[in-house]
Write a protein that binds this ligand. Structure first.
Ligand code: SAM
Ligand code: SF4
Length: 511
């Protein structure tokens, strides 16, 4: 860790940004976001007729990525009945690729020092009210313990951009997270975080190679807005002011050997239809240059943040109805890509968008620095598992604990998964994309979801959740036993063996 002599913002930007690692991905000196072209697509596909939309829906159902003009047509649908049809097809697409499962993770905010000035974020350097902290490795282990105690197996580590949380700090913190083993509340099983994803500022290829070596799962960077004038306005200073350095962050990651990547846009900074198109163009360019699209897409909505005027006054806020539409269009446009809905959203809207095809979510979330340890302390004093405004990046809409969220989803017929097998069996990058496109990965997932759900129910669930979960597992088991795909391969036989092992108390078995 280099906490000795902090660099100034200017020195840090100079050290971080390498122009040659931007230029090499440009085509004829241009990047892949062309504002005029995007608006042309949106403006030329107004009032698309029903048969055209239905043909596009057929294409999505055959698990093919849409072209920009097709996505633009979907964005322009005005007929409510047609939207209802689109919601139904979106769910069908999700079920075809990912089955009825939902993957859970927990974010871990490691530091809130930041050299940037993002107008929407509580961590930006001008926010003098923010209590700044970089967790020590000991504190990271404590936070990890608390997260494991909730029953989580996947974590996303989140960092501000600052010399005190540079690549050496990030890799050390990943190792610290992986090093923790903790007994489950019923006292008989050890558990740990099996996959650490990272959300951190764009880096050079050299630093990304270190990240890859540290055993990262997914690397996530949100472009925030694809609209260049807006981007410039909301990122007035610091390295983040460089639009293209960020736009090619994931291209560099591919080059460094990290092929499991996550893109996203912060909805509420600019027109939501433009951002959906931007995300699609981003996915297309990654496919074009590396033959692998993003593994997931995130679509956080701007949420009130302490000391951020913009976060409560933007003229581009997305209402709930449009939010559901944008998630639907993303589901239909990139059928094989995971969609993440976070605890920024309130429970009711989360439920709505899960129904149109989200694949991952978080729960028990605490985004204050040291937030899990603090929440546990409050719980032991029989106080609330609440939020602390001055130490958070923004305020959450859903502060429910994992057990409660899992119970709700179980009652909706959705199976919880903590599966981390894909990454550890080498099912990432082009391999996982191929499996997803052919709807095979979803089948592995179904089996691994059952195995990890059973682990959770036995080790962590409340009585009520365990009862509901076990009933759902019984239903899943009868489905699995009837599916020709499993019977024809040796998968069913192996699965039955593994399931018995989990029932007998063995942990972390996967297909
Ligand atoms: N500093 C890194 C970066 O900017 O890439 C790490 C991430 S930041 C802590 C995580 C994400 O939170 C940002 O990319 C942004 O999209 C989102 N975010 C920031 N302020 C927000 C707000 N007020 N409401 C909702 N999401 C916000
Ligand atoms: Fe810093 Fe990231 Fe917040 Fe911007 S969004 S101020 S870069 S932590």
């Amino acid at each position: 860790m280099s906490i000795n002599k902090p660099l100034t913002t200017g020195e840090w930007s100079k050290k971080v940004i390498r122009q040659e690692e931007i230029d090499k991905y440009l085509i004829d000196g241009k990047d892949f976001i062309n504002e005029t072209e995007i608006w042309d697509h949106i403006n030329h596909n107004v009032l698309p007729d029903k048969s055209k939309i239905q043909a596009i829906l057929e294409k999505s159902l055959s698990i093919q990525r849409l072209e920009p003009e097709e996505t633009a047509a979907l964005l322009n649908v005005k007929d409510d009945a047609l939207w209802e049809e689109m919601y139904d097809v979106a769910l069908k697409v999700k079920q075809k690729v990912y089955d009825n499962r939902i993957v859970f993770f927990a974010p871990l905010y490691c530091s809130n020092l930041c050299v940037n000035s993002c107008a929407y974020c509580g961590f930006r350097k001008e926010n003098k009210n923010e209590k700044r902290r970089v967790l020590s490795m000991d504190e990271i282990r404590k936070e990890t313990k608390a997260v494991i105690g909730e029953g989580h197996k996947r974590m996303i580590a989140v960092y501000g951009e600052h010399p005190s949380s540079d690549i050496d700090y990030i890799t050390a913190s990943i190792q610290a997270i992986y090093s923790v083993n903790e007994k489950s509340p019923n006292g008989n099983k050890d558990s740990n975080i099996r996959r650490v994803n990272v959300n951190a500022a764009p880096m050079s290829v050299d630093d990304l190679k270190k990240l890859e070596k540290a055993g990262i799962g997914t690397y996530q960077v949100f472009q925030e807005t694809y609209h260049k004038p807006t981007y410039a306005k909301v990122h007035p200073a610091g390295p983040k002011a460089n639009y293209r350095w960020r736009l090619y962050a994931l291209h560099r990651a591919m080059e460094a050997g990290i092929d499991d990547l996550a893109i996203g846009a912060l909805f509420g900074l600019y027109d939501w239809r433009f951002e959906v198109m931007g995300l699609l163009y981003h996915a297309i360019d990654l496919e074009r240059q590396f033959k692998i699209g993003p593994h997931t897409i995130s679509f956080p909505r701007l949420t009130p943040a302490a000391g951020s005027w913009l976060s409560t006054h933007s003229k581009y806020f997305v209402n709930d109805e449009d939010f559901k539409k944008l998630v639907t269009v993303l589901r239909l446009s990139v059928p094989y890509t995971g969609l993440i809905i976070t605890a920024r959203e309130h429970p009711e809207i989360k439920k709505e968008v899960i129904k149109v095809g989200c694949t991952q979510t978080d729960a028990s979330t605490r985004i204050g620095i040291g937030g899990y340890t603090d929440a546990m302390k409050r719980l032991s004093l029989q106080q609330e598992f609440g939020q602390v405004k001055r130490e958070q990046q923004f305020m959450l809409g859903d502060t429910r604990r994992l057990d409660e969220v899992i119970r709700e989803l179980t009652e909706m017929g959705m199976i919880t998964s903590f599966c981390t097998a894909g990454y550890r069996c080498g099912r990432t990058g082009d391999k996982i994309m191929g499996l997803l496109k052919n709807c095979v990965e979803g089948k592995f997932c179904k089996l691994n979801a059952v195995l990890t759900f059973k682990e959770y129910l036995d080790d962590y669930a409340s009585e009520e959740t365990r009862k509901a979960g076990n009933e759902l597992i019984e239903k899943e088991l009868s489905e699995i036993r009837e599916m020709p795909f499993f019977k024809e391969t040796k998968l069913l036989e192996n699965f039955e063996k593994y399931y018995q092992k989990v029932m007998g108390g063995e942990r972390d078995v996967y297909i």
